[in-house]
Write a protein that binds this ligand. Structure first.
Ligand SMILES: [Zn+2]
Length: 477
């Protein structure tokens, strides 16, 4: 076991090129960021072969899965054999605990002993749709994350010597923040850590320490900009040039992105990933995509450290690039959680051609607008909450907060969208606001929804993932 772990870590390490500093102005790691299809095939094949052997030995969850179908690690000889490995879902990962076994995760390669010897930090999924699951990562993972995140933030255009980042997140067990923190450390970009501070103090920090990067949720960036205005300051005149958003779909929701850009006069960037298998920058926005204001959002998927696929939502069979499917990832860069074919579960379409930025890493066209299991099913019509968000935010008089309320009346699903107006909108204009939001929703979602306008300040504000959907259909919420 120790031998195979050593072999795996050595393989990952051998491909951690430009580990300490960037190659040049354009690429942190020129060779891997612009890797050719042939070289990528060779890297994937080598890493996958070693990873499968390691995973089989170190993760009981996968050993059971392989044994059940008679698959042996030696059967996976190259990336061409990838589809022989069955898909893993988060529901499956949950099972050992649900069956009354000790609440000990056996879906990662970190047992109690490894944790004590090599452990770095514990993270938990945020549990927007399921029970939170816990992942313990090692010091090795921290080094790799710092590097992948630095590569991704380099692609965004963040630079030491010029940029300063203010991280407006509580420093809780959420992977994103910590990965960004250590990535910025590696890049040499100073951090103003603003976790645990109230919003007015954060505004004063922006004035005093002049950060160029503001990292927070999209909802919070809109809220904080509004608060600055209330305090007689203009966010567009502030030092902030980049909004680095996380926790909710932001960059991929056109009207939200536009609002953020206009309010702050800043570019919007985001990472894409999941706590389970791609906690570092699995996906990232490049400067070329940020500069493009027309057409769909595009998010790169880091290619040499992960294998990204899209699969059919019902059969889970791979779909070719250019066709819509659910995102699926194999992690080829982790000691603790090298998950194989884990279903992240966002709808997207992959493009494999080279981006304007010169990177060959595939792009998810349309970005990411929500997990498939966040989709609402209303009288047989499926809609993403982010589609409603886009419609609400296209109407100029609507404020930054809204909520979707689902209920059931005489066996029929009802959906109501509760909207706050902009603070300056006079109350006699509220009925008109409701009508405009209603028609935007009909135009984009093809479903009529009741719209209620409530006074500014009524809906809850949050620093982390905003709870946009209130489902009353299954009894009290
Ligand atoms: Zn690009």
């Amino acid at each position: 076991m120790e031998e195979i772990r050593r072999q795996w870590l050595e393989t990952v390490e051998r491909y951690r090129l430009s580990a300490k500093r960037p190659d040049d102005e354009s690429y942190w790691c020129r060779r891997l960021d612009t890797v050719s299809a042939d070289e990528l095939h060779a890297i994937h094949s080598e890493k996958l072969r070693v990873a499968v052997g390691y995973v089989y030995e170190a993760i009981p969850f996968y050993r059971r899965k392989f044994d059940r179908i008679g698959l042996e690690p030696g059967d996976i000889r190259s990336v061409d054999d990838l589809a022989r490995i069955p898909v893993t879902t988060k529901q499956e990962m949950m099972q050992p605990e649900a069956k009354g076994r000790p609440a000990k995760a056996d879906y990662t390669a970190v047992d109690d002993e490894t944790w004590k010897e090599r452990g770095w930090q514990l993270f938990a999924t945020s549990g927007s749709t399921a029970e939170p699951r816990v992942f313990r990562y090692t010091g090795f993972d921290r080094a790799v994350w710092s590097w992948t995140n630095a590569r991704a933030m380099w692609a965004m255009g963040f630079r030491p010597g010029r940029d300063v980042a203010l991280l407006a997140f509580g420093y809780g067990p959420h992977v994103w923040l910590w990965g960004v923190h250590y990535g910025l450390n590696l890049m040499g970009i100073p951090i103003v850590s603003a976790g645990g501070l109230d919003s007015r103090t954060r505004v004063r920090f922006i004035e005093r320490y002049r950060p160029t990067i503001l990292a927070c949720t999209p909802s919070y960036a809109l809220y904080l900009g509004g608060l600055m205005r209330e305090m007689g300051l203009d966010p567009a005149q502030s030092s902030v040039r980049f909004l680095f958003v996380a926790g909710e779909p932001g960059y991929g929701v056109p009207a939200t992105r536009r609002r953020l850009e206009e309010l702050w006069k800043a570019e919007v960037a985001e990472f894409y990933g999941c706590t389970e298998a791609a906690p570092s920058a699995g996906g990232y926005t490049c400067a070329a995509a940020m500069a493009r204001k027309q057409g769909p959002a595009e998010t790169h998927l880091m290619a040499d450290t992960h294998i990204w696929e899209t699969v059919d939502p019902s059969t889970l069979a791979p779909v070719p690039a250019g066709r819509r499917g659910l995102s699926l990832v194999t992690n080829l860069c982790s000691e603790a959680s090298p998950q194989l074919r884990f279903l992240v579960g966002d709808f997207t379409t992959l493009a494999l051609d080279t981006c304007d930025c010169g990177r060959t890493h595939p792009r998810a066209i349309g970005g990411f607008i929500g997990r498939a299991d966040d989709m609402l099913n209303i009288r047989g019509v499926t809609i993403f909450p982010s589609a409603i968000e886009d419609a609400v935010r296209r109407v100029p008089g609507s404020g930054e907060e809204f909520q979707i309320v689902l209920s059931r009346e005489r066996e029929l699903d009802r959906i109501k969208v509760v909207v706050e107006p902009r603070p300056e909108l006079a109350s006699q204009s509220h009925p008109e606001l409701a009508r405009r939001v209603e028609s935007e929703i009909v135009a984009s979602c093809e479903l009529r929804m009741e719209v209620e306008v409530v006074p500014h300040g009524t809906l809850p504000r949050t620093e982390f993932k905003a709870k946009r959907v209130k489902d009353l259909r299954a009894g009290p919420y």
